[in-house]
Design a protein around this ligand. Sequence first.
Ligand SMILES: Nc1ncnc2c1ncn2[C@@H]1O[C@H](COP(=O)(O)OP(=O)(O)OP(=O)(O)O)[C@@H](O)[C@H]1O
Ligand SMILES: O=P(O)(O)OC[C@@]1(O)O[C@H](CO)[C@@H](O)[C@@H]1O
Length: 309
Amino acid sequence: MIITITLNPAVDKTIEVDDFMENGVNRVSTSRLDAGGKGINVSKVVQVLGEKTVAVGLLGGSTGDYIKNALDQWGIENSFTRICGDTRTNIKVVDKAKGFNTDINEKGPEVSENLINTLVNETIAAVNDKDILVLSGSVPGNIDKNIYGKMVSLAKEKGAITILDADGELLKEGIKAGPYMVKPNIHELERLYGTKINNEQEAIELAKDMFNYGVQYIVISLGEKGSIFISKESTVVAAGLKVDAISTVGAGDSMVAALAVSLKRGYTLDKRVRLAVATSAASVMTPGTQPGELEIIEELEKQVTYKKI
Ligand SMILES: Nc1ncnc2c1ncn2[C@@H]1O[C@H](COP(=O)(O)OP(=O)(O)OP(=O)(O)O)[C@@H](O)[C@H]1O
Ligand SMILES: O=P(O)(O)OC[C@@]1(O)O[C@H](CO)[C@@H](O)[C@@H]1O
């Protein structure tokens, strides 16, 4: 089972404007709502790829109900703890003329430490050595930044594989617990090491520091430019696929989903790279955080090119 944790989910409101004007009135051409948050997006894509998933986390208010209903309608198994505050709404502005995607993310409600501890304990109690636990996204502002680190350590004790996709302190603290796989984008990697990264080689050298903490596999995503897959045995640099981009939001989550599915199925490096690149590219061809279509993913897999360095 691929278990995703989303401690700070979001209803994503994607608004499309023809040519965004700062300091002026902008008219929205289309708008849509998606049940989102990184872990939830991962579950959505895992389901499209045909693997079993359960989405776990915190939900509250009518926005929380919206997400719960969406998951139920899609037939995604879910187990969310109800909280008092309202699950946040995040705005995603798609500027068609400039091809820009701008995220405006709310902080989200705070939650009690007791509630988080119960959720962590219940989740870990249900995990076994066949499971993959995906920890991704931000967490309520009052929660200890070592929450992912703690969950990684506990899940590892139960023999589960862990994948971490986070930013800032959450990523820094999480890495210290040695998750099996980490998927930073290039900006997250720069923030992690507090330095500007000028080229692929610099990114690879920096990322390899994570091996010192027990991380086995690092995937650095570079947006439309592609991605780098690093293990102790090999480094693969994959080119981004040329596709018609509609919304890039959730591309990283789609990549994480494909990586989780590949691990679950024991795919070869070649298949792993192809599936990750194709699944993430297919997701940018859809609006909002709607997953890509399986037939398109299969078609795109054939177009993936990469070099081993
Ligand atoms: N415009 C694009 N065209 C083709 N592929 C893309 C494009 N943008 C992203 N991708 C694919 O998606 C992968 C992940 O993208 P990105 O690096 O933007 O992740 P991210 O920043 O974690 O995204 P998010 O946080 O929105 O989920 C890239 O490595 C690439 O394979
Ligand atoms: O604020 P966070 O938790 O870092 O990111 C949340 C978010 O931007 O991530 C997803 C896309 O990856 C969206 O569904 C959601 O709005």
